[in-house]
Design a protein around this ligand. Structure first.
Ligand SMILES: [Zn+2]
Length: 331
């Protein structure tokens, strides 16, 4: 598995993982995975959306993740769930390993997959945590409580542009000052809602000159929360007009129990965490597939979407053991 992760990491060249959805790098990574699936004796097919599937006869329970990356991404995001899936299906001798296309730009492949309607009886996704919770707790693996809901939108602040030198401070309507106050509110309100996060990551200032009072500012807003009530509360309080919304999705009892009992059986502490990132598992769960996620401890403080992203060999080994055992139970 570690060799395979290295091989995938080298695919796009340059610093970090460079396998952006739709790129030659993503195609090459799918070819590598298809080869490993064949070596594992799986029947390999590609669906209409380009998702790669390797399965045994009568495969009911599926596991997998994605092989696209952000530019300069990490070694484990997506790739870990794919190499673990191929290994687990090979060990169990029954099941399907799937590689979804283009996850980072909005779960393109898994969305097409569920719209295709050929849905499995169960889905498990192993994924690097991409956060610091497990490392801080000193625990190698964790279970997803559910997939957080996401609302993205923007807010526009209108002011009055003017000469930076001749318009007195008194009576100015500076759109960027209003936006700055709003950004602080995003931080404070999100911090006050358990399990929620809020981020302003883009700022467009017009006219955007050093010697002109900002007349109009547009800010992006990204809000995430573990359930609909908390998400709606933030959206209303921050007056965000959503142009993207992903509903929070709970995990299913049966696959979660299979993973939990495997963790307990190994004497591992149970840590349940909300997943702060969108995942293919969320798309399948929202489509009604009984789904669970197993998170693997991120080192380096949980940094992800970065070449600094790291998990230990021991944690990877433990993750695939638990995945394979849960897959066997469910099968
Ligand atoms: Zn991912």
């Amino acid at each position: 598995m570690l060799d395979r992760l290295e091989e995938l990491y080298a695919v796009g060249g340059g610093v970090g993982a460079n396998r952006v959805g739709g790129s030659d790098g993503e195609d090459r990574a799918h070819e590598l995975a298809a080869g490993w699936m064949q070596e594992a004796g799986l029947e390999v097919e590609v669906d209409d959306a380009g998702n790669l599937i390797g399965r045994t006869a009568d495969a009911a329970v599926w596991t997998g993740s994605h092989l696209d990356s952000v530019p300069g991404g990490g070694k484990f995001d997506g790739a870990l769930g794919v190499v673990a899936a191929i290994e687990a299906v090979e060990r169990v001798g029954k099941g399907a390993a799937v590689v979804f296309r283009d996850e980072e730009r909005g779960c393109v492949g898994s969305t097409a997959f569920v719209e295709g309607g050929d849905l499995p009886a169960g889905f498990l996704e192993v994924h690097i945590e991409q956060g610091p919770v497990l490392e801080r707790a000193g625990v190698p693996l964790g279970l997803a409580q559910g997939i957080v809901g996401i609302v993205r939108g923007e807010r526009i602040f209108e002011g009055k542009a003017g000469h930076a030198g001749t318009v007195p401070m008194e009576g100015r309507t500076d759109a960027l000052v209003a936006a700055a106050e709003y950004i602080l509110r995003v931080r404070d309100l999100a911090a006050g809602v358990d399990g929620a996060v809020g981020t302003v990551g883009q700022l467009y200032v017009e006219p955007g000159a050093a010697n002109v009072i900002p007349g109009r500012v547009r800010v992006s807003v990204d809000l995430r929360a573990p359930d609909r009530e908390r998400l709606d509360r933030l959206v209303a309080a921050l007056e965000v007009e959503p142009d993207f919304r992903l509903e929070p999705v709970p995990m299913a009892e049966r696959p979660v129990t299979a993973l939990r009992e495997e963790l307990e059986g190994r004497g591992l502490p149970l840590v349940e965490l909300p997943s702060g990132a969108g995942h293919d598992a969320a798309i399948l769960a929202a489509a009604g597939v009984p789904t669970a996620m197993l998170f693997v401890r991120s080192l380096n403080g949980g940094v992800s979407h970065s070449p600094e992203e790291e998990s230990s060999a021991e944690d990877v080994e433990l993750a695939v053991d638990v995945l394979a055992a849960a897959l066997k139970r469910l099968t």
